[in-house]
Design a protein around this ligand. Structure first.
Ligand SMILES: Nc1ncnc2c1ncn2[C@@H]1O[C@H](COP(=O)(O)OP(=O)(O)O)[C@@H](O)[C@H]1O
Ligand SMILES: [Mg+2]
Length: 349
């Protein structure tokens, strides 16, 4: 018998305290490089690459960056945290990473110490075709980690693009015209909705990471996202693959443990082996405009996100792009999407 119990996180309340936090402390950490005449080779990553020594991973360097969308339509499941932390860990490994904030709430932008309402150019300008993604991207305090920031204006694009044909290809066109831009990975933080912005992210993504908190409603929201991924595969991105990430795992919570076991049994290799546990330091780091790897590099959360980055690098799913092979050890998403997650109520007791 399936279990449906109310979601633990009341949305909208999550940032109540955060908004009062000393975000401004982080503002100086981002260098404003806005330049409307910027060309692909002018990106922060490209400038760094021209100075940098070849890194150990150079032979594997893709001709285009691997694009990862982080998406669940449920709020408060660590989408933004995963995008930022995973991006920071990949940067720490020596990769050039561009984070793209595609959520009008602009939490990713805030978490790197920027004030969205003060931005002159955002990812919206790039999506509208007024300028390039490179020209709106900024360096962060972390070497190798850049951000294409957002603000509330992004919400308007849902309405502007909706009536257009091929509306889901705007971001793909912008990324394609950027070439590699010096980036190895582009990580997109998606909004908790199924609108135009999400479709743009999934259409360009090689890999969809779905953060799931092993909680009530987890299976329901997971099925919804997988349904959307399936429709995206059929319509605009046949190459899309996905993996599920268990986040905010509290091992003291019995139902959480049971649901995690069910996810492991039901999803198999589609679930990252790495599990992200609850760690209060992850709640603090955005207030200081830093990813966890800078704010608290030795914490469990930092180590677990490093393990996730390593698991991702070891996985053929993302490396498939590097080798131009679209096959890997994972089952096809199609097959996995047919799998049902059933949570047996009896196991709660
Ligand atoms: N592993 C974790 N442990 C504790 N708090 C976390 C963890 N991951 C995320 N959080 C916190 O939970 C809240 C929601 O996370 P967030 O990444 O903003 O979710 P989403 O983007 O899915 O809405 C934030 O306050 C964040 O700091
Ligand atoms: Mg978010």
């Amino acid at each position: 018998m399936g279990v449906n119990i109310a979601c633990q996180f009341p949305k909208g309340d999550l940032r109540a305290g955060f908004d009062k936090a000393p975000i401004a402390q982080g503002c100086h950490m981002l260098t404003d490089i806005i330049d409307s005449s910027a060309r692909p080779g002018d990106s922060p990553a490209a400038r760094r690459a021209s100075d940098a020594q070849p890194a150990a991973w150079a032979p594997r360097r893709p001709t285009l960056p691997g694009v990862i969308a982080v998406k669940n339509q449920k709020g408060g499941v660590a989408k933004t945290t995963t995008c930022l932390s995973l991006g920071a860990c990949l940067a720490e490994m020596g990769h050039n990473v561009l984070l793209v904030d595609l959520d009008p709430q602009a939490h990713l932008t805030l978490s790197l110490g920027l004030k969205p309402e003060e931005l002159r150019r955002t990812v919206s300008d790039a999506l509208l075709g007024n300028t390039s993604l490179v020209s709106v991207s900024r360096e962060s305090a972390m070497s190798g980690l850049d951000l294409a920031p957002a603000n509330q204006g992004l919400a308007l694009l849902d309405k502007i693009f909706y009536a257009q044909q091929d509306y889901e290809f705007h971001l793909k066109r912008r990324l394609d015209s950027m070439g590699d831009g010096g980036y190895d990975f582009v990580l997109i933080d998606c909004p908790p909705s199924f609108g135009v912005l999400t479709m743009n992210a999934l259409t360009v993504a090689d890999l969809l990471i779905i953060p799931v908190q092993p909680e009530y409603y987890a299976a329901h929201s997971l099925r919804q996202v997988l349904g959307l991924a399936k429709r995206t595969q059929e319509k605009s991105n046949p190459h899309l693959r996905y993996r599920v990430l268990a986040t905010m795992v509290d091992r003291r919570n019995k139902i959480g443990r049971v649901i995690l076991e069910q996810m492991q049994a039901g999803l198999g290799q589609a679930l990252f082996k790495t599990v992200i546990e609850v760690d209060a330091r992850l709640r603090e780091s955005p207030a200081f405009g830093q990813p966890i790897t800078l704010y608290a590099p030795r914490t469990r959360a930092a180590q677990q996100y490093r393990a996730l980055a390593q698991e991702l690098m070891n996985s053929t799913t993302i490396l498939a792009k590097v080798d131009n092979l679209r096959k890997g050890s994972l089952d096809s998403p199609q097959a996995l999407m047919n799998e049902e997650l059933t949570y047996d109520e009896r196991q709660r007791h």
